[in-house]
Structure formats: C-alpha cells, structure tokens
Write a protein that binds this ligand. Structure first.
Ligand SMILES: Cc1cc2nc3c(=O)[nH]c(=O)nc-3n(C[C@H](O)[C@H](O)[C@H](O)COP(=O)(O)OP(=O)(O)OC[C@H]3O[C@@H](n4cnc5c(N)ncnc54)[C@H](O)[C@@H]3O)c2cc1C
Length: 415
C-alpha cells in the first residue's frame, strides 16, 4: 500500500519506520527540513517511570499556584481562545482518580513496550544514538518533595514498575564523580535515555537507505475528499498529491490541520525550553528530574542537557527569560559544582509538546475519514513513546489487532 506520513517528528518517523518494515511504500513530508519540531532538543528520557498522566488529581491547585510566579514551571497565557477553553474543560474532567487509574496501566505498557523497541532500534540503525539503560532518579530536596516521590515510588511498585528509594549516601555512591546536593531520591532502574537529535538523524538515514521518499519543506495546506475519503493532499506551494492511506503526525499543529475535515482532536502546545552544556566540568551519569523544580537533567554523550517548563501560550515561540532563569537557577541547587555559563551565553532551544487534555496520546484510525490514521498528543512522552506508536500505527494501517488496547486512545474521543 502507498502511505503518506505527514510530519517528520519522532512520531512520524517511527510510523514511517514500522510501515516500511511492514512492506508499504512510504512517503514522508514535513514543513521543515526534518530537523526542527519538538523531537530534537528534548530531554531524551525513555520513561516507564512516568505512568501518571499530566491530568491528575491535585494538579489543578498546584498549577493555579504556579501561575502567579514568573519563573515557575507551568504557565497559561491568559487569552480568549475557544480551543483553549475547551481543552481546559476536558483537562479538568480528566483529573479524577477513576480516569487516572484507567490511564496508568496503558501509559506503563506503552512506555515499557517502547523501551524494548528502542533496544532493537539501537542494533538496527547504523548510527549510534547514545542509548543508555541507567535508569532515572527523581531527586528531592524538601520534606514535601520526599513525601511526594516516596508515594510515587509506592504507586510504581504496586503497578509493577520497579522503584528504589535512595538516601543521600546512596546518591553519593551512585554518582561518585559529581557532587550532588539532595535530601534523597527515587531510582527507576527501568528507564533509559538517548540523544534525541542523534536518534532522529539515525532513523532518517536508515529510512532514506530503505527507500522511504522524503519531501522536505512541503507544507500540508488542505485536503481533497470524495465519499468521505481523502483523495489528495494539497500543499502550500500549490501541488496536489494523490494519496491512498494517510498518517497524520504533525504534533502541535495537528488540530488546526484537521479542522477542514471537521475532526476534533484537541491539542495545546506545551512550550518548553532546553539548554545543552557542551562537555561540562562535571556531569552526572544518570538522568534526573528535580522534583520540586520540575527540571529534567540528561547526560548526552559528553554533554549535559537540562530542560523544563510547560507554557500553554498559543504557539508563541518567543523565549521568556524569567522561565529560562527558573530552569537554570535550579541546576546549581542540586549539582553545585557544575560550572554554569551566563544565561545570555547559552543557546536556548524551544519546543512545543503536543498535549492532549487527558494526558493520553491519540492513536487510531479516524471513524469519519476511513483512510486517515492519526498519531499525536504525546505531550511530555513523545520521545519515549515514538517506537511503540509507530508500531501501533503500522498495525492500524494494516487493520491488524493492535498489540496494545487502543480503546482509550481513540483520536475522536472528544466528539
Ligand atoms: C523541553 C522538553 C523536554 C522534553 N523531554 C522529553 C523527554 O525527556 N522524553 C520524552 O519522551 N519526551 C520529551 N519531550 C516531549 C517530546 O519532545 C514530544 O512529545 C515529541 O517530540 C512530539 O513528537 P511529534 O512527532 O508528535 O511532534 P514534532 O516533533 O513537533 O513533529 C511534528 C512535525 O510536524 C511537522 N508539521 C507541522 N505542521 C505541518 C504541515 N502543515 N505540513 C507538514 N509538516 C508539518 C513539523 O514541522 C514537525 O516536524 C520534551 C519536550 C520538551 C519541549
């Protein structure tokens, strides 16, 4: 079958990979050069530890408190926007214990499945991408952080995700070469990490050799339909490409792209920043998340990347220096010996996480447009969930029984 994949982020590329492996003739197009989007400068964490969706009890009151701090990790730019209002309403409705209980095993299974697929990919792709299986530490400095993380560890163990509580001494022996200042931590040994830009390059190179057709700088601008099926996709430069099957994986742009087809797949762009220190003087070997500050720290090769904040700002790519300062100032509180350059001397990367209201991705075939398959809304876990999403998309395209139950992930679940 001929399949057109729209969007060359991790979700589109992994979909192309498994579709090509299943024997399809794949064309992938992107509005850029397969080097932008959210999938390049992220923190590169593969996270079976992250089984609690963003929409969960308690998150609204915490979010409201953060809203009033200029350097906090969460912010919604106040504006009159019907889509934002609808998204927030769905988010609010998803924050119940029952919904979270139903979502957790699915997110766990997706992440664990994806982590295994990354191991296969690391042998299959010719270029290494710094994949390491060293786990992830949730670090805390306060009694409140400790309580939250220990309760998270208990929940993890109940769900079959291994979690070990670490003392200050345990931390010191784990990270002997790097001075670490924390009250303690929780180690999730089943997590992994990689360098996202290297993975993206490795998979692009592989797909090119495997015969996947790449159309860079090609902007999907519209759809032609007949009897509810898509017959052509129209590009901004005026071309009409005939299509058989289409996979839409356009990240934070997907909701807008789907509007002419009257498909409602709510997505808000969760803007985040990352900064990469090149060969810093000290570098932890195990990735960590600073629990109180919500900052992710990842060793990548010889470098160190740290990133964070989630701003719902309406696709506004500007850099808010106060929030970047919030991220940068957290690093020395935990890793006091790492030399940190001045903020004006670092390159700040900006990415838009495609966030669904209930924290679950959208994976499945459209019920309204039968030759359209949708993949998106992976929020803070898109890198982690890329391979399993690609595998599931190939199964959906082939009308096979999906290897993970997709009933809660239906793309048109909001009507
Ligand atoms: C600071 C930060 C840290 C993060 N850390 C992690 C992490 O540690 N682990 C993790 O799992 N996830 C992490 N994430 C989230 C992860 O990066 C995203 O979930 C993931 O990249 C989303 O992938 P995607 O393919 O859906 O979207 P994208 O990567 O944004 O790709 C979408 C593509 O669609 C293209 N496109 C859009 N519109 C059109 C159009 N009209 N025509 C053609 N092409 C179009 C875009 O150019 C883009 O390339 C992080 C995100 C941020 C911001």
């Amino acid at each position: 079958m001929k399949v057109h994949v729209i969007g060359g982020g991790v979700i589109g590329l992994c979909s192309a990979y498994y579709l090509q492996k299943a024997g399809h003739e794949v064309t992938i197009l992107d509005k850029g050069d397969f080097g932008a989007g959210c999938s390049f400068g992220n923190a590169g964490m593969i996270v079976p530890s992250h089984f609690v969706p963003l929409a969960s009890p308690g998150v609204i009151s915490k979010g409201l408190r953060w809203m009033f701090s200029a350097s906090s990790p969460f912010y919604i730019r106040p504006r009159l926007d019907l889509q934002l209002a609808q998204w927030l309403w769905h988010f609010y409705r998803a924050c119940t214990p029952e919904k979270v209980r139903a979502a957790m095993p699915i997110i766990r299974d997706l992440n664990q499945g994806s982590r295994l697929l990354y191991q296969d990919l690391s042998s299959e792709l010719a270029v290494p991408f710094d994949l390491e299986n060293k786990g992830l530490i949730m670090l805390f400095r306060s009694a409140k952080g400790e309580k939250e993380e220990i309760s998270g560890a208990e929940m993890a163990n109940d769900l079959g995700v291994q979690a070990e509580v670490l003392s200050t001494n345990d931390l010191a022996s784990l990270e002997g070469g790097t001075r670490l200042q924390a009250r303690g931590g929780v180690l999730y040994p089943g997590d992994s990490h990689l360098s996202p830009h290297l993975f993206m390059k490795a998979i692009v190179d592989y797909l090119k050799v495997a015969g996947v057709k790449f159309l860079p700088n090609t902007i999907l601008a519209g759809w032609d339909t007949q009897k509810s099926k898509v017959t052509h996709i129209r590009t901004q430069s005026g071309n009409r490409l005939p299509v058989d099957q289409v996979v839409l994986a356009a990240g934070s742009w997907s909701q807008k792209i789907l509007r002419p087809l009257k498909i409602n797949m709510p997505i808000q762009d969760g803007k985040g920043y990352s900064v990469t220190l090149t060969a810093p003087n000290e570098r932890p070997t195990i990735p960590s998340i600073l629990s109180e500050d919500k900052v992710a720290i990842t060793p990548m090769g010889k470098d160190l990347r740290f990133g964070g904040t989630l701003e719902l700002g309406g696709m506004n790519g500007s850099v808010n220096p106060k929030r970047v300062q919030g991220i940068m100032s957290s690093l020395p509180r935990y890793y006091p010996n790492i030399n940190l350059p001045k903020q004006q001397d670092v390159d700040i990367w900006v990415g838009f996480r495609p966030c669904s209201p209930d924290g679950l991705p959208y994976i499945g075939r459209s019920s309204q447009v039968p030759n359209l398959v949708l993949a998106g809304g992976h929020a803070m876990m898109g890198m982690s969930l890329g391979p399993i999403t690609g595998k599931l998309i190939a199964e959906v395209v082939d009308k096979q029984q999906p290897s993970v139950d997709l009933s809660l992930l239906q793309p048109e679940r909001y009507g």
